[in-house]
Ligand binder design. Structure first.
Ligand code: UD1
Length: 423
């Protein structure tokens, strides 16, 4: 695998935020629910999106990705209901095609998914949810086989934790099943609202996304439509933190500021200056920023996908901070690497205690998953000297044109290619 080499720089300027990866993936899975054409705009060019396109193509769907315009066109029938291991192991979100294919075709099979190495990530809520809405789900030699069965006229799926993936999976499959499905303790992320918007444009009858109770009134058939993917709040948050941690200032364009309220709250508490517009945000650093305690929670709490990046920022704050991870409780692979760069922090259970230091020092560090790798690149931009982030291809799963975007903000950054990430 390759590396990114970065040097210390004060970033400034403008950055255009791409469409959200975590919206694009479930929207692509939902496109399986109709033979008619679905046109998606602002789809980011990312390796995870390419993987989902490959999955759709193995089912027989026709997919055209116009990368210059970030537009995807999906059409045609599903011809195959098995998704091969080679694709599913690359990305956890691939599991979300199981329910839609089985709902439409009567059955589907897929191996258990892979994905970012951020602790054990089971799919039990997905499977329990599918069973509640009438599927027979069996597990055999690493393969999951789902068969559509009889669904009760009204059924409630209670999620023990507001899982984003399980909420999206049940929502999409139930859209074309008879009767009413209610999801209680649903995830409330903006990407769930985006999925509801797409499904409703396709003819579904879904309400409540963005709250903890989603009501799905099943319809017989869905149809084609056009839809624009919402801005990527995690990409926006990463660039905001990068600008601030290097002592810079800048403008983020194509952002929905209300999707990141938890981040702005933390940054403002540390002393950063944040100016929010209708679809943009300006950020400006403030001398040596103050420490802050961060509690990582499902939306609208502080996002787990910005936890590694905020730890980098707080490693250079004045005072002692804590970051408590409540979504993926062992997601701390980046902490050891940051300590190697001179950060002073230690982990106790699911909390990182951070004593702010005056500087980080460049060295060779290893990317272990998508967001940890992004955080290490951000740390490298703030660290003295040169930082090499190895196994860096993880970053291309979630950050479109990342090297180019950082360059335009004034970073001295170079990608030394390796292979495609194997997770
Ligand atoms: C999605 C995001 C990911 C983000 C995460 C949490 C996509 C493509 N990925 O992942 O970037 O970090 O939400 O915001 O949208 N859990 C179970 N059983 C299950 C499902 C989940 O125990 O069946 C647990 C997980 O281990 C985790 C928690 O629930 O501790 C939340 O996971 P979930 O919200 O499902 O994350 P993903 O949908 O995989």
């Amino acid at each position: 695998m390759g590396s990114i080499v970065v040097e210390r720089a004060v970033l400034s300027g403008e950055v255009e935020i791409s469409g959200a990866k975590n919206s694009a993936l479930p929207l692509l899975a939902a496109a399986l629910l109709t033979e008619e054409e679905i046109v998606l705009h602002k789809v980011p060019v990312l390796s995870d999106v390419e993987t989902m396109i490959d999955i759709l193509r193995t089912t027989g769907k026709k997919v055209i990705f116009e990368k210059e315009t970030n537009t995807i066109r999906i059409s045609g029938p599903i011809l195959h209901t098995h998704v091969p291991y080679d694709l599913v192991r690359k990305m956890r979100a691939s599991f979300n095609v199981l329910g839609p294919i089985a709902a439409l075709m009567g059955e589907a099979s897929t191996p258990l998914p892979g994905g970012c190495a951020i602790g054990v990530r089971p799919v039990d809520f997905h499977i329990d949810g599918l069973k509640r809405i009438g599927f027979e789900v069996n597990y055999d030699h690493g393969e999951i086989l789902a068969k559509r069965g009889t669904k009760l006229e009204e059924v409630t799926v209670y999620l023990p934790f507001p899982s984003v993936g399980a909420t999206e999976h049940v929502m999409s499959a139930a859209a074309i099943l008879p009767g009413i499905t209610i999801i209680e303790n649903a995830a409330m992320e903006p990407e769930i609202v985006d999925l509801q918007d797409l499904l409703n444009k396709m003819g579904a009858k879904i309400s409540g996304a963005g709250t903890s109770k989603i009501v799905i009134e099943g319809v017989k058939k869905l149809h084609g439509c056009e839809h624009t993917v919402i801005p990527d709040r995690i990409e926006a948050g990463t660039y905001a933190i990068a600008l601030l941690v290097t002592g810079g200032e800048g403008l983020l364009k194509n952002v929905n500021p209300s999707h990141l309220d938890a981040l702005w709250f933390v940054l403002e508490k540390t002393g950063a200056i944040i100016k929010k517009g209708s679809d943009f945000v300006e950020v400006k650093s403030w001398n040596r920023w103050k420490a802050c305690d961060v509690n990582v929670l499902p939306y609208p709490g502080f996002p787990t996908d910005l936890q590694p990046q905020i730890i980098v920022y707080l490693s250079l704050a004045d005072g002692t901070s804590t970051v408590t991870e409540n979504v993926f409780k062992t997601r701390f692979a980046h902490v050891g690497e940051l300590v190697r760069m001179g950060a002073d922090m230690r982990i106790m259970e699911n909390t990182v205690f951070i004593n702010g230091v005056n500087k980080l020092q460049g060295t060779t560090v290893m990317g272990t998953d998508l967001r940890a790798t992004a955080a290490l690149v951000v740390a490298g931009l703030a660290a003295e000297g040169t930082t090499e982030v190895t196994q860096v291809e993880h970053i291309f799963r979630g950050y479109e044109n990342v090297v180019n975007k950082f360059e335009r903000l004034g970073a001295k950054i170079k990608y030394i290619p390796g292979g495609v990430p194997e997770i």
